[in-house]
Design a protein around this ligand. Structure first.
Ligand code: SF4
Length: 289
């Protein structure tokens, strides 16, 4: 049985960088606490936990003897300031693509312009970006919420880094009804999600079964699973190699593998090894019959 990995899979640039920054602090002997879970992957969080990395829910929980880590989603300037006042050290692992959105929002607010951010209002990245344009920004999820906005002054429109391009551009278009000024539309969508989906789609038509490694509560993993199912009925979302049902591999010659943006490489390799072993066992069993 052949096991093929998609061309793009696993950790995105921002998550990989954040994990590396945490490891670097751990390597220096620091007690590291991240504000919110660093990534949505239980196995990786457990691995980091064995190195003493823990999570806090509020800045008030950090102490002078500890290092606070801002995760890839970023935070508001107020939260960053609070961490700086309370922690011994602050490591800012905000993804540079998110930092760009924060800077754009801040610049527009300084020019007394309105900022419309297209995304989920309760997502940490959005809460952080909004904090860079206080009193000047609005978060809407798509064009259906445009009516809820007031008249806009010289608006700038930016996107949550992980939304669909169509949602963003349709919303930007609908905003024309809310202003007489020119709208500055800046596409801040990161390509990581799209690249993983396109690579999975390309591979799904060439395999008999597909394994997507990621948590069931990780939205990008769930979307990858849906993409694979379009062309490959035997597509399975699994967290670890223990979730593979050997019966699903009977008669399977080629297996595809991909992983969500929070799935670490070590876990992906463990699943690939597990699949190869099960494939070899099935072949042996067939030969014995
Ligand atoms: S999905 Fe994109 S923006 Fe978000 S952390 Fe990853 S690389 Fe950065």
């Amino acid at each position: 049985m052949k096991v093929l990995l998609a061309d793009e899979y696993g950790f995105c640039f921002g998550v990989e960088r954040a994990v590396e920054m945490v490891e670097e602090s751990v390597g220096k002997g620091e007690t590291v606490r991240t504000l919110g879970p660093l990534i949505h992957n239980e196995q990786e969080m457990q691995r980091l936990g064995t190195k003493g990395v823990s999570t806090i829910a509020e800045p008030v929980q950090i102490t002078r003897s500890e290092t606070a880590v801002i995760r890839a989603h970023g935070v508001t300037p107020e939260v960053e300031q609070e961490l700086k006042e309370k922690a011994g050290k602050v490591v800012d692992a905000t993804c540079p693509f998110v930092t760009r959105v924060q800077r754009l929002a801040s610049r527009a607010a300084a020019q007394d312009r309105h900022v419309v951010i297209v995304g989920s209002a309760d997502h940490p990245e959005m809460i952080g970006v909004k904090g860079y344009a206080p009193g000047h920004s609005f978060i809407i999820k798509d064009e259906t919420e445009v009516d809820s906005l007031p008249r806009l002054r010289k608006p700038m429109v930016v996107a949550q880094t992980t939304i669909k391009a169509k949602t963003f551009f349709d919303t930007a278009e609908a905003l024309k009804t809310k202003t007489d000024d020119e709208i500055e539309v800046i596409n801040t969508i990161c390509s990581a999600t799209r690249d993983r989906q396109e690579a999975a789609r390309a591979l799904s038509g060439m395999v008999d079964a597909f394994y997507i490694i990621g948590a069931t509560h990780s939205s990008n993993s769930v979307k990858l699973h849906a993409v694979c199912k379009e062309s490959c009925e035997k597509s399975f979302l699994i967290e670890t190699e223990a979730d593979i049902n050997p019966d699903d591999l009977i008669g399977v010659e080629t297996v595809g593998v991909t992983a969500g943006a929070s799935t670490p490489e070590w876990l992906i390799q463990r699943v690939v090894s597990g699949l190869k072993e099960l494939g070899a066992e099935n072949a042996n069993n067939l030969a014995l019959k």
